[in-house]
Design a binder for this molecule. Structure first.
Ligand SMILES: C[S@@+](CC[C@H](N)C(=O)[O-])C[C@H]1O[C@@H](n2cnc3c(N)ncnc32)[C@H](O)[C@@H]1O
Length: 325
């Protein structure tokens, strides 16, 4: 896939050419050269075709599904009662008692515990340069900066509103960790970092949306230093039959928001680019039940009910994957 800088240069070149074509033709027209009218039309048509293709090229490089843009951009999913504290994840409920009414603090703790689970597997050191892909509002990146003080922690998200929100909400922390904490707009298939520049990458409940797992695997491989670690946690179909069932049960699958591809496709995407699998775990048991209880608490079950049903039927699971370059 083309890198944004190359596409940017190409776009600039095309715009310049079409601008030149337009100015040349209009100056001839001003001179009253009516014989050139067909040439003017021809050049205008050429420019239109050119620009049309350039826009397609741009959309292919940064493909953002319209509904994804609405869900995380305009509508800000974090504001739904299913989510609390600015996190947008199902949560890891292992250490939270589920036999009673769940408090808001416990709901937030479940989201934080999912992050902590990933941090523990990342084995974060002060010397690390870390990237989170799909950082949402950026709470997790702030936690990394505050708890571990690495050389750098950069939150990347495909939705510009998310990175803008993260910058606005965490202004105080960005100031406090001025040399290390930052947020950038970018996609899983086009990470804004140079080759071998990072020691750790993680992604929490975002990979289910990635349009190309191979694209993400290749980018993570490119950006990580040899020996670097990648930790991914998200929900996926348990197999092909599960995937077909999910297409019926969860509308956002066919809408291109939560792609929920079969887990074997995820594993092979990483294996094919050369990642070594350090560990691979199903953690659905500690995710879906707690989430379901919380949803019943807050009466926000309509859109989410089918995740629990799908897990119970064996179509869907939540995974924690630890890889090394
Ligand atoms: C469910 S939210 C999780 C946010 C955060 N990790 C958390 O746990 O609170 C998924 C996030 O991934 C982002 N995202 C989706 N597809 C992406 C992609 N291809 N590249 C980068 N970010 C993406 C979305 O914009 C959204 O902010």
């Amino acid at each position: 896939m083309l890198k944004p800088r190359r596409v940017g240069c190409f776009r600039f070149l095309c715009w310049s050419l079409s601008y030149l074509a337009k100015t040349k033709t209009s100056s001839r027209a001003k001179r009253g050269d009516l014989g050139n009218l067909n040439l003017i039309k021809y050049k205008a048509l050429l420019s239109a075709i050119f620009l049309f293709h350039i826009n397609i090229l741009h959309a292919q490089t940064h493909p953002v599904n319209k509904l994804l843009l609405e869900t995380y951009g305009t509508h800000d999913l974090a504001e739904k009662p299913a989510f609390q504290g600015g996190y947008i994840n199902f949560g890891y409920w292992k250490n939270i008692p589920l036999g009673k009414t769940i408090t808001t603090e416990e709901r937030i703790k479940a989201s934080q515990d999912l992050y902590q689970l990933v941090f523990d597997h990342l084995n974060i050191q002060k010397e690390d340069s870390i990237v989170e892909v799909g950082c949402g509002r950026g709470n997790g990146c702030v936690e990394v900066a505050e708890k571990y003080h690495p050389v750098s922690i950069t939150g990347v998200d495909i939705i510009p509103q998310q990175t803008n929100r993260a910058k606005r909400i965490h202004k105080k922390f960005i100031k406090r960790h001025a040399s290390s904490l930052s947020f950038q707009t970018g996609s899983s298939s086009s990470l804004p970092f140079s080759d071998n520049s990072q020691t750790k990458i993680f992604s929490i409940e975002a990979a289910q949306c990635f349009p190309s797992m191979k694209g993400f695997a290749e980018e993570a491989w490119r950006v990580l230093q040899p020996g670097g670690r990648l930790v991914v946690t998200a929900h996926f179909a348990t197999n092909e039959a599960g995937y077909q069932a999910l297409r019926e049960l969860i509308p956002t699958v066919d809408q291109g928001v939560d792609l929920l591809i079969p887990i074997e496709q995820v594993r092979s995407a990483f294996q094919e680019v050369g990642f070594k699998e350090v560990s691979f775990q199903s953690i659905g048991e500690d995710v879906f039940e707690g989430l379901q209880k919380w949803r019943l608490n807050v009466q926000d079950v309509k859109w989410a009910e089918n995740y629990f049903v799908s897990y119970k039927k064996g179509f869907l699971d939540y995974y924690l994957i630890v890889l090394e370059k």
